[in-house]
Write a protein that binds this ligand. Structure first.
Ligand SMILES: NC(=O)C1=CN([C@@H]2O[C@H](COP(=O)(O)OP(=O)(O)OC[C@H]3O[C@@H](n4cnc5c(N)ncnc54)[C@H](O)[C@@H]3O)[C@@H](O)[C@H]2O)[C@@H](O)CC1
Ligand SMILES: Nc1ncnc2c1ncn2[C@@H]1O[C@H](COP(=O)(O)OP(=O)(O)O)[C@@H](O)[C@H]1O
Ligand SMILES: [K+]
Length: 487
């Protein structure tokens, strides 16, 4: 099938792919016919009881797809009304308009009626500014009337590059797109604005569906070759010794979650590095997880002489930001992989240069910020409305020479070399206190087993999502570790 369900293609690149397909001899009008046919099929399939199909057509090729869908729906016996603007003369859209019988009425003429279904073919990949007041009013009218919307390529008003609306935007029930997903289909709020996604083949050859930018959905092809093998000659140290730093008495649970996740994710041993005052309390909660009392950066420095300590997680429930900075310095010098989360990140707010300086050379730092932690570290990137979440994660990865796991419903994993993946399939009930600590432990365990940081992060995010699926919607973070399974 000539679709690529893995690659994420920016709208500008999609335009080049369309152009390359046309240059290779496939007619643009044929592509438009195929696109319009998929849209019509979607409407017929999901709205068998519709009374009228209302087609909103814009001036470009997105509108062209709408004219084709209008004709095909009319040929299927549906009562069709077209609203919008006539396309510019001379192109495929003008031909599609000419081939569709009936008039096109001004957008303002649409009066919602029960049984209407909207086909939104106003703007797709070509959207380059906020929609005007007339379209904004139309979007409002559709929303107030609760008329279902089937969007062509993208809900009009949504940026396919960033997943952010440029102004007013349709809320679609279904979005029918072609050849490859765009980042805006997965990044929030775009994913929610698209409703159910339908990725359809319009006949663009698979060989042309490539990107000049290595962005993809998070998928097994990114990490499969690097997953730890079940070696019969295994022993626990070979499987990797993960160290998780514990906070003080009051917040030790977070580190326990990370540690338990680490064991379930395959680390051979996990040791909690605990401040002396919390050792007794932690001991009452631990069984397979081991413990070592670590008071100061000097203590840590000494312990780091043990080369079997394979990877470190610092941040969950750590509490003391000064101490976090003190501990990260020897970890930076230890030339081993480190996951920084939560307080381990907040400790470097306003001081990202120092953090990056500790992890020069081959990438071995992974940071796992949620939205708030990301902003604390990179306020300027967070505030730049031109940047997508992918752009932000990539920029942060470069600044820190780290793999950035920018968490959320649309977790973005980015490497300093520009590789980026969007993980969109995780269940929403992962949004529960402590679930991020579990993720940090999983990634730490994969690093301890020798996976490179980008691959470990992509695999860790996938394992976390799958554990959430298995644990079910009533889960708490404590339920997650036993549901972690090797990929
Ligand atoms: N041959 C092709 O190139 C194919 C294109 N396809 C469709 O074509 C679409 C892309 O077509 P286009 O590149 O013509 O772009 P669009 O049809 O998305 O919109 C382009 C036009 O709208 C104007 N515009 C952009 N934002 C606006 C705003 N906010 N207010 C008012 N006007 C605005 C632009 O200046 C331009 O004239 C895709 O989304 C897809 O639906 C499909 O038909 C498949 C084949
Ligand atoms: N709506 C959502 N859908 C899927 N995953 C989510 C959603 N919201 C949060 N998550 C995931 O849940 C985890 C929450 O982590 P975090 O915000 O650090 O919480 P905590 O600090 O309480 O552990 C992250 O892995 C994040 O990607
Ligand atoms: K559209």
């Amino acid at each position: 099938m000539a679709i690529n369900a893995i690659l994420l293609v920016n709208p500008s690149t999609m335009g080049k792919i369309d152009a390359a397909a046309i240059a290779s001899g496939i007619g643009g009008y044929g592509l438009m016919q195929a696109a319009g046919a998929h849209v019509a099929a979607c409407v017929l399939r999901y709205y068998p009881a519709m009374v009228r199909a209302i087609i909103f057509c814009g001036p470009g090729n997105n509108g062209g797809d709408g004219h084709v869908a209008a004709r095909l729906l009319a040929e299927s016996g549906v009562d069709v009304c077209r609203y919008g603007v006539e396309p510019r003369p001379g192109g495929d859209a003008a031909r599609a308009h000419a081939d569709c019988p009936g008039k096109i009425l001004p957008l303002a003429d649409w009066c919602p009626e029960p049984g209407d279904v909207i086909v939104d073919a106003l703007f797709g990949a070509g959207l380059d500014r906020p929609v005007n007041d007339e379209v904004a009013a139309l979007i409002e009218r559709a929303k107030a009337a609760e008329t279902p919307v089937v969007a062509v390529d993208l809900p009009s008003g949504l940026s396919g590059r960033t997943g952010q609306p440029t102004g007013a935007c349709f809320q679609a029930c279904h979005t029918v797109t072609f050849a490859a997903l765009k980042p805006g289909h997965l990044l929030m709020p775009g994913r929610a604005l698209c409703g159910e996604m339908h990725l359809c083949d319009i006949g663009i050859p698979a060989r042309l569906i490539t990107g000049d930018d290595p962005i993809s959905c998070n998928h097994a092809g990114l990490y499969n070759d690097y997953l730890p093998a079940a070696d019969p000659a295994q022993h626990k140290y070979k499987r990797g010794h993960l160290v998780v730093f514990s906070g003080r008495l009051i917040s030790g649970g977070a580190a326990r979650l990370a540690a338990s996740a680490g064991l379930h994710a395959g680390a051979g041993l996990v040791t909690l590095a605990t401040p002396p005052g919390a050792v007794m309390v932690q001991a009452t909660h631990l069984t397979a997880v081991m413990q070592r009392s670590v008071k100061s950066a000097d203590d840590l420095d000494q312990w780091l002489e043990d080369p079997r300590l394979a990877a470190f997680v610092l941040g969950p429930g750590f509490g003391d930001l000064d101490k976090a900075r003190d501990f990260v310095t020897p970890l930076g010098g230890a030339n081993r992989p480190v996951v920084l989360d939560a307080d381990g990140l907040s400790a470097f707010a306003g001081d990202t240069e120092r953090l990056g300086g500790l992890f020069l050379g081959e990438t071995r730092l992974v940071i796992t910020p949620h939205e708030g932690e990301f902003r604390r570290l990179f306020a300027e990137l967070s505030d730049d409305p031109q940047l997508s979440k992918i752009d932000r994660a990539r920029a942060a990865a470069k600044i820190l020479n780290a793999v950035v796991v920018y968490k959320g419903p649309d977790t973005v994993i980015a490497a300093p070399d520009g590789r980026a993946a969007v993980n969109a399939g995780a269940p929403p009930w992962l949004a529960t206190a402590g679930s991020g600590d579990v993720l940090a432990g999983i990634i730490g365990a994969l690093l301890a087993q020798g996976m490179p940081p980008f691959e470990a992060s992509c695999a860790g995010v996938a394992m976390h999502g799958q554990a959430g699926d298995r644990a079910g919607r009533a889960m708490t973070a404590e339920d997650l570790p036993p549901h972690i399974a090797p990929l």
